[in-house]
Design a protein around this ligand. Sequence first.
Ligand code: ATP
Ligand code: MG
Ligand code: MG
Length: 554
Amino acid sequence: TEEKSLNFIEQIIEEDLKNGLSSDKLRFRFPPEPNGYLHIGHASSIALNFGLGLDYNAPVNLRFDDTNPAKEEQEFVDAIKRDVQWLGYQWAEERYASDYFQQLYNWTIEFIKKGKAYVDSQSSEEMAAQKGTPSTPGTDSPYRNRSVEENLDLFERMKNGEFEEGTHILRAKIDMKSTNMLMRDPIIYRILKRHHHRTGNDWCIYPMYDWAHGESDYIEQISHSFCTLEFLPHRELYDWFLDQIYDENKVRPKQREFARRNLSHTVVSKRKLAQLVSENHVNGWDDPRMSTISGLRRRGYTAAALRNFANGIGIAKRDNLIDVSLLEFYIREDLNKTAPRVMAVLDPVKLVITNYPQEKEEWLDAENNPEDESAGFRKVPFSREIYIEREDFMEDAPSKFFRLSLGKEVRLKNAYIIKGENVIKDADGNITEIHATYDTQSLSGSGTEASQRKVSGTLHWVSIAHAISAEVRLYDRLFTDEAPDSHKEKDFLEFVNPDSLKVVTGFVEPSLKEAKNEDKFQFQRLGYFTVDKDSTSEKLVFNKTVGLKDDWAE
Ligand code: ATP
Ligand code: MG
Ligand code: MG
């Protein structure tokens, strides 16, 4: 068996196992805040945590970090669950930080009794002015030495809704001189008179992330709490909070950090994605141009491709930008194996085969997938009038033009060899019809000498009488800049690509009539396409997932 080299996260776990942590105590979690849809960056964290669960046969919880009712909604909870499941992972338990509000409150009362927390009644400006800077110490709040009794009384009244938002907060009493700014008496609770999507109006004080997160890990007995690098300075506070409540007989969770994954030509931040949605730069969270899991899914990405991408890039210790072409590599790799090949013409020009009988039609054999023998064959209709791509014809072509021109021969995929004869143009000189003749003996697969003749190219086509028209949505990158949110003087929205969506009416072969939402195809020579959720039996709608790297050659 092959020795798998361990990444630094696995090394941490192995080290802990070696130092006596029993492997049945391993437990992980994926902790999204339900304030938006999951994006491709989250896929890395999901693949990491659920992947560890599979590798170590350990449970992985899905924990909603729902401590800010101003931003969180049930719609996001539902979307996150759907996306994690669609990616192919199953959580052990579905948990919510809000499940622990009472426990967190009880612990907080103990803190206050031990003199470890106090109610501060200053304005946020006053508190900010006392924070100091990383190189200068902060100043103690005048409320820092309030008596335990007064703190207990005020905190209870905060909880009971007696005070307005912003009038009082509860702070941990740690160290206003710490070199870590987060340790300078951080906020534990603030008043928020908001309806919470799960706890309704039960609470009007809500715990801050740092207080809720580590304690939720502790309650769930998570052994390893992996988060992104921006939480590195939070680790000291995570540990400080645990120190206050930790029971030696229990597993003490360990926070460790890995690098955020950024993808080129897009943004991976729920806040920024939310802005794209609310300001109508895109049509919703699942717009196929979005970097959300649901957007990529609608675009035609498969769960396998996203998993392979996340696992392929692995985890890193430094933040980095992954080129979107790598993501495209993984979807091509998957669809090349699985997507049936069909013919579609997206920029049609009419071609008449003048020596093919008027009323005749033939149903020709077409291979569904050369990468997968079991996919078999289907029939495609052929007749005297077909559409080909406008760019596949040139009247006076240079010798390197391996498509159709006058006097030159090409093969029609799955059908015959044709020769360009002449063109018909409108008053402006645009070609409206191409006339060609076909070699009656040249049918693909017929085994005749004529069928084996080498011609300069192979074109896809559809029979006009049989084709189905379809709306086809072609996408370009959503941002013109590689890292739109990396510019100091410019807002990321300035880089939105105004031409990221182009809608065309194309024609597809009739075998696609029954195609269903999310069915995936290779439109030969054009790329991979998937049926959009807007598709109906009256009107097919396709999204272009990605182009082909190479044109196929027959
Ligand atoms: P966002 O800024 O998009 O809201 P977040 O980190 O605030 O991201 P959470 O819902 O808190 O979003 O994230 C859940 C988990 O996913 C966290 O552990 C977080 O560190 C991780 N995560 C988020 N974005 C990325 C990313 N780009 N790469 C890797 N992991 C990520
Ligand atoms: Mg977060
Ligand atoms: Mg966030």
